[in-house]
Design a protein around this ligand. Structure first.
Ligand code: NI
Length: 176
């Protein structure tokens, strides 16, 4: 098991545009495995490669409670299927302990490759629709806090700074 460090807001590396995956080789398969380990360790539901400083179009997701719902999306394209947008409270492993509502289309089509390189097309709603749009944003260098007001963004930066400091202290306490 390998845990990868997750970039935190406002690290400018999170703004990098991810490039398409050209070949699903052993390197990519190892990265997918490590990203799932990292996702479960951080108790998240979705992780984009951009967040672990690998700027390729790769997303892992598991919306289940028992690690039984692993999904891999490679080179995904998202098409909104409705104009209707609804707010949903989002969080992000790169913006720890910050949660706020973002409005997104409620139904989208995903065209992507799975972890084995097989192309698929799927129409999704609900949490999966929210999550894939959030992760897709990461591949384009966009974070959910970008949709919030300037005031909320500066509060988010402050919050993340505090959380990271706290975590550092906890690590030092463990070492001491
Ligand atoms: Ni995120």
């Amino acid at each position: 098991m390998a845990l990868l460090p997750i970039l935190s807001y406002p690290d400018p590396k999170l703004r990098t545009i991810a490039q398409p995956v050209k070949e699903i080789n052993e390197d990519i398969k190892t990265l997918i495995k490590d990203m799932f380990d990292t996702l479960y360790d951080a108790k998240g539901i979705g992780l984009a490669a951009s967040q672990v400083d690998r700027h390729i179009q790769l997303i892992v997701m598991d919306l289940s409670d028992d690690k039984s719902g692993q999904r891999v999306f490679i080179n995904p394209k998202i098409t909104p299927l409705v104009e209707d947008k609804k707010p949903y409270e989002e969080g992000c492993l790169s913006v720890p302990e910050v949660y706020d509502e973002v409005e997104r289309p409620t139904k989208v089509r995903i065209d992507a490759l799975d972890g084995e390189g097989h192309a698929f097309s799927e129409e999704v709603e609900g949490l999966l629709a929210v999550c894939i749009q959030h992760e897709m944003d990461h591949l384009n260098g966009v974070l959910f806090v970008d949709y919030l007001s300037g005031l909320k963004q500066s509060r988010a930066r402050e919050k993340v700074r505090k959380v990271l400091k706290q975590r550092e202290k906890q690590l030092e306490a463990v070492k001491a």
